[in-house]
Design a protein around this ligand. Structure first.
Ligand SMILES: C[S@@+](CC[C@H](N)C(=O)[O-])C[C@H]1O[C@@H](n2cnc3c(N)ncnc32)[C@H](O)[C@@H]1O
Length: 256
């Protein structure tokens, strides 16, 4: 029997989670000094260079320590700073409704799973090649989404057509630009295929894409099949990052 689409939004209280990705920061040796131009008066911390530490990893650690979203994620018990991106997308587009069935592609460490449940999703199925600590109310599978059996496994777990498919998939980089580019494009297109095939009529799809990817082809395809398609760059998405999100709302057809 067809499931009734979820309606009005009701927020569930936030679930406290342990084991955030940012916990490791505590172990870094740091010195702190006041940041002169920081209006939020937060401490800017500089990592003391350990002998032999690569400059890129030093910069990464410094950026993590001083990133307000990393700090906020830790405070709220979110497993990733990426959690704020889905919060922002949901604030803007109203993607997650009370009772929603959500599929989260590339879900580790689980920030988007947490937000989906916090914002009222009834069930969430997440997939990642990396292990993810359990989240109450979610089915999480450690599996390669590019494996041809992955969509079937996800659908079997969900048991009904999803109301929302979200994808924050990002290919593990090899360092070879063209290879990385192709891997990323393939992931996004596979996510779109999955969404077009499985979403219930009227369902929504939100995906990370990278500027400069095969975005135009994807955009045209989504526009053919969804009532409204929009780009969004959440505040919490780093300014220098080429990532941007595509939000496709209200599935109308399933044309190739
Ligand atoms: C940016 S992270 C997702 C963060 C997540 N939205 C959160 O809030 O915690 C991207 C994820 O995509 C996963 N990924 C990349 N390629 C994948 C694949 N082929 N199958 C499944 N997951 C994949 C990576 O392992 C990584 O965990």
């Amino acid at each position: 029997m067809a499931r009734k689409p979820p309606s009005h939004r009701s927020r569930r209280p936030a679930q406290r989670m342990s084991g955030t990705k940012t916990d490791g920061d505590k172990r870094k040796r740091v010195t702190s000094k006041p940041e002169q131009d920081d209006a939020t008066r937060m401490l800017h911390q500089k990592v003391r260079t350990a002998s032999g530490r690569k400059i890129s990893s030093k910069l990464w650690i410094e950026r993590q320590i001083n990133d307000p979203y990393v700090r906020k994620a830790k405070e709220k018990g979110y497993r990733s700073r990426a959690a704020f991106k889905l919060e922002e997308l949901d604030d803007k587009f109203g993607l997650i409704k009370h009772g929603s069935l959500v599929v989260d592609l590339g879900c580790a460490p689980g920030g988007w799973v947490q937000i989906s449940l916090k914002r009222g999703a009834d069930r969430v199925v997440g997939i990642d090649i990396l292990p993810v600590d359990p989240v109450a109310g979610a089915d999480l599978i450690e599996f390669d989404f590019m494996d041809e059996s992955a969509p079937r496994r996800i659908k079997a777990l969900l048991g009904a057509a999803p109301d929302l498919v979200v994808s924050d998939l990002a290919a593990n980089t090899t360092g070879h630009r063209q290879t990385d580019h192709l891997k990323t494009v393939a992931l996004v297109e596979a996510a779109a295929d999955f969404a077009l095939e499985t979403l219930r009529p009227g369902g929504h799809f939100a995906t990370k894409v990278f500027q400069g990817g095969a975005e135009k082809v994807l955009l045209d395809r989504l526009k053919r099949n969804f009532q409204k398609v929009q780009h969004a760059k959440p505040e919490s998405s780093r300014k220098g990052s080429p990532e941007i999100y595509l939000v496709a709302m209200n599935l109308q057809s399933r044309e190739p």
